[in-house]
Design a protein around this ligand. Structure first.
Ligand code: NAD
Length: 259
């Protein structure tokens, strides 16, 4: 087990990729704080882990609310004795044509995907620094952060910012032996992509399911990505095997970028 004795917080842990990471971290021996805006889904994932003899706790949090984030970290410390790993996975996205993108859309994506990541990283890092035993932060970027797209401008920009923030935060925390790395997934089969598929279908005049099928056809490894594919990389980046890796953004996308 690669994360035995570690405590991990996974934001957005109640769904999709976050859920996959929570389940895998628990199997690797970590105590997992499933942190999500959606209390019911966080509790469901925590129950799933406990039913499989793992250690987990659900916490309701809005990653954009500093007091709530402080409470999330304090709860992890109180219940499990410290904090070793933070996964900044909570994220929001939508397909919106450039000319129809509003200030509210822009602020919403940047608020959750970037400001939330900053607040969670700051509060987790303060705890890790106080413990003086290093730590790991894993950020969910996206292939969308590698290039712009006409129907996804604000989301792409927010994920490009995540890739950049990942570097700055890694440099800022290196002296504390806190490794900070990102993962850039491709097209992952999650509730988020169910919505994205519907939005693309409407805008392109395609059948529902067609965008997912067509975009998946061009993935070199020939299949859609699963949360478990991301979870494997998230275990590696949170483990001792990654002790000499920081500031990196790892593409986990079946070879989709830059082909
Ligand atoms: N699905 C993909 O194809 C894909 C590809 C690349 C990157 N990503 C990124 O991976 C991450 C997870 O995506 P997913 O597909 O699993 O999404 P999802 O919608 O299935 O899950 C996201 C979770 O985040 C939670 N959340 C949203 N706003 C929150 C907030 N303010 N505070 C706390 N929790 C909040 C939601 O309640 C939900 O449980 C996101 O950052 C996303 O941008 C996804």
């Amino acid at each position: 087990m690669k994360l035995e004795g570690k405590t991990a917080i996974v934001t957005g842990g109640g769904s999709g990729i976050g859920r996959g990471i929570c389940l895998r971290y628990a199997r690797e021996g970590a105590s997992v704080v499933v942190a999500d805006l959606d209390t019911a889904s966080a509790e469901k994932v925590a129950e799933e882990i406990k039913n499989a003899d793992g250690k987990a706790l659900a916490v309701t949090v809005d990653v954009t609310d500093r007091e709530g984030v402080k409470n999330m970290v304090a709860t992890a410390v109180k219940e499990f004795g410290g904090l070793d790993i933070l996964v900044n996975n909570a994220g929001v996205g939508k397909i919106i044509p450039f000319l129809e993108t509003t200030e509210a859309d822009f602020d919403f994506f940047f608020g959750v995907n970037c400001k939330g990541l900053m607040i969670c990283s700051q509060e987790a890092a303060k705890q890790m620094i106080a413990q003086n035993r290093g730590g790991k932060i894993v950020n969910l970027a996206s292939q969308a952060g590698r290039r712009g797209e006409s129907l996804v401008m604000a989301y792409c920009a927010s994920k490009a910012a995540v890739i950049n923030m990942n570097q700055s935060i890694a440099l800022a925390l290196a002296e504390h032996k806190i490794n900070v790395n990102a993962i850039a997934p491709g097209i992952v089969d999650t509730p988020l992509w169910v919505e994205i598929d519907k939005q693309f279908a409407k805008l392109l005049g395609w059948e529902i399911g067609e965008p997912k099928r067509k975009f998946t056809e061009s993935i070199p490894l020939g299949r859609i990505e699963q949360p478990e594919d991301v979870a494997g990389a998230a275990v590696f980046l949170a483990s001792e095997d990654a002790d000499y890796i920081t500031q990196q953004c790892l593409n986990v996308d079946g070879g989709n970028w830059p082909s």
